[in-house]
Design a protein around this ligand. Sequence first.
Ligand code: 6R9
Length: 653
Amino acid sequence: MSNESLANLMTETRRFAPPAEVVAGANVTAAAYEAAAEDRLGYWAEQARRLSWEREPTETLDWSNPPFAKWFADGRLNVAYNCVDRHVEAGNGDRVAIHFEGEPGDSRAITYAELQREVSQAANALGELGVATGDRVAIYMPMIPEAVIAMLACARIGAPHSVVFGAFSADALATRIEDADARVVITADGGYRRGAPSALKPAVDEALTRPGAANVRNVLVVRRTGQDIPWTSGRDVWWHEAVGRQSTEHTPEAFDAEHPLFILYTSGTTGKPKGILHTTGGYLTQVAYTHHAVFDLKPETDVYWCTADIGWVTGHSYIVYGPLANGATEVLYEGTPNTPHNGRWWEIVEKYGVTLLYTAPTAIRTCMKWGDDIPARFDLSSLRILGSVGEPINPEAWIWYRKHIGGDRTPVVDTWWQTETGAMMISPLPGVTLAKPGSAQTPLPGISATVVDDDGNEVANGSGGYLTLTEPWPSMLRTIWGDDQRFLDTYWSRFEGRYFAGDGAKKDEDGDIWLLGRVDDVMLVSGHNISTTEVESALVSHPRIAEAAVVGATDPQTTQAICAFVILRGGAPQEEGLVEELRAHVSKELGPIAKPKRILAVEELPKTRSGKIMRRLLRDVAENRELGDVTTLTDPAVMDLIQTKLPSAPSED
Ligand code: 6R9
């Protein structure tokens, strides 16, 4: 028996020094850590100067009523002006802001000058529809330029947006419209996914039949696919008509730094989704700073691509606000990675000469499964920095990413953050950090994070526990929309005076931070708290395993037993003795305590649209329970597939 908060079972000894050319030209050097440690608030005040303020803030942080922070409170600025107009004024109107690549292969380059005109038109159209400063606008869109334009238009007039994933159901959309009391919905007839038009508008129509959505006056509809859609005259308005006829000029008004910028609902595994509220000045400061520091962005020469959906916080912070505030040129891709072929992403990297790529571990593991030969067919030599976000990246996937996508040359930055944190918090710096595959390593300059035990005491190096953030940061959530008490209870009550992220983590012998998954997923096996991440990493380091998800299932002998769901590389059939071999492999990597009791080969794992494995559903399967809410799954049918497999499950010895 041990009373550790979370076991530390895995060691990783590989190290990668930053390449000389990245070190030589790095935007941020080791000196930043010292400067920020000496004067944290001064450091953030300096970062705020990357933005153009109509009124410069004189106060950096007001923490007089914790945890309700005010950053740069007496400053005033306009987010859309910062992301668009100022680049045009600086003489960069002809620079491409967005290279749009549609799934069917259509493409469109939008310069900053064009973006300024279109955002202005959209802002004028929203005004004409009666959207006033402070009104909420719901956005339910495919990954097309109008989604970005719609968000910027809302920001321009100070109307907080609430973007809802295009794949969410009418129900999920209705709940979010109701909670934010949205007045207008911006959508499209549909978008292209997996080679076919997929409708969006009917879900909006259905959502608007719910009583909670009664305050929605108008639906602004982009024509993307041209498919037939139902139409409610008087309420529904075509984008190309209502926006197209507007003046291309619009004067942006400055708002207080603490004016609400957007609400974004977390995937919320249980209960009512939480509307995470972000505000203006602090948020924009930190997304711009981190995008500059962690991607080492050179706006004149880099081509940046983040593969996330704008319905996820990564899309908000690192497709829309961070890159555009920095005047970047970026790719926006509408479709799936395997349409029309498994090399589509790499074809896009080659086509646009992408230099900075930001994606999720789940996508990397999927590409590993498809085979090394696929990226090898494309010229990926333009790439210079690779980023990862969304889940812990297991060391094997990190190494594959660096080798097969980054030509064994590029730094890989594993960035830990959350919808709630608004921007990156823990990440290596590409020109500074000696990289360790699988670890997010160090809090960024100006960020304070540590790992604590059950009693809130900092753990020693080499031990595991709970990740906490110990000082306020500019892009922190300000509250849960309409529910301050839930904000306090969820994030600020577990550890006195600290933000509790809900993630397990450990500090290694050097003090570097390793993320170990959600604490709700931690397994209790014979008195040991074992993280799902370490067992999954060990499984995936076996050559036959492409992906793995483990859960703790109730067990009479050991409290919980480790049950693993694995996807075999190169597909079935499963050779005899494989299960035993895998159990022995995990035992060798992590110790006998972490050996899965059951291992089940499956075709797919249940994932959210942002690529996170929904272990809660796998726990339902492992404990033969009826499935919980599956509405946020990418593909609810995978659960049927997994369940039909269960009776023939290879079980323990
Ligand atoms: C940005 C985003 C947040 C949760 C977070 C953690 C997991 C994200 C990670 C990571 C390990 C990383 N997570 N990045 N875990 N290493 N680099 O993903 O926001 O959708 O709110 O999810 O995702 O568990 O708490 P969000």
